[in-house]
Design a protein around this ligand. Sequence first.
Ligand code: ADP
Ligand code: MG
Length: 322
Amino acid sequence: VELSNQIAAGEVIERPASVVKELVENSIDAQATQVLITVKQAGLKFIEVNDNGKGISADDVEVAFLPHTTSKIADDHDLFNIKTLGFRGEALASIASVSKLTVLSSTDGKSAIKAKFSGNELIKKETFARSKGTTMTVEDLFFNTPARLKYVKSLHTELNKIVDIVDRLAMGHPEISFRLIHEGKDLVWTSGNNNLQQTIAGIYGRMVASHMLEFENSDPDYEIRGFFSKPDTTRSNRNYVSIILNGRYIKNFQLTTAIIRGYGSKLMVARFPIAVIDIKMDPSLVDINVHPTKQEVRLSNEGHIGDLISEGIKNRLSGQNL
Ligand code: ADP
Ligand code: MG
């Protein structure tokens, strides 16, 4: 079992940022309103995700770490109508197989269960006390898979990837307050008051957020809104263009191109905007079973959605005196 978990881990858990992604997605799925992420040495030494979600019961805690156990799919039909972020049930088992993981969780805010795993093996289980929610602590990632450790890039790169993941999850969930602390320093801190512009401020800073333009261009099937920078505030790469579909950060080349197209000739060559586009649509029309990391997403009507986006941005810009 351990070997197959480590193989699965290679697929899902590539680097510290993958751990952060899976743990924070679980917090979101557990209906947390506050998620605190504490990281040391770009996550290689220490990653802790603390939430105030519904918690894991003492009975379920071991089961949650078995491969392919998920509490999130009731029947086959659900696979085509996925609203929660996790649905494969392999993340915790994978993380536990390549690290030393401690879970502390309470479902009632009184009694809590604390369980320690090392390379998938339960080494300690005891009762505790804590407020309602879950704390997952992942130490010494890849300690037992030195080959995987070799693929990890510089601490700088790995930390950037963590920030990226937290940024994206925070953008998809303005109703949740996210705070990311690395070596005692706040890197992300969003309000959680369900305001997208304030969420952007918690990510890119207040100055950037307050200078962005807002647009909306919906039709009966697609609700599209967002914030984008004026053409004089640009970046040299596309990393500041974010697309959120039904609360999930996605990668989609056509829609990214549509955002840029909305600027027409107002954007200088090789410059890219800062933009956060929020799309809501019928989840059954989204094909998300594309890649294990669930980021590259296909849409049945990409061309039309792209037109709504570029048209919305173009109209908003034409009303501006720039
Ligand atoms: P998945 O998210 O795909 O169901 P995971 O391996 O990520 O699989 O998690 C397994 C199970 O553990 C989840 O289905 C959930 O029941 C439970 N779980 C994990 N993290 C949390 C959390 N932060 N709060 C509450 N339950 C959690
Ligand atoms: Mg999960």
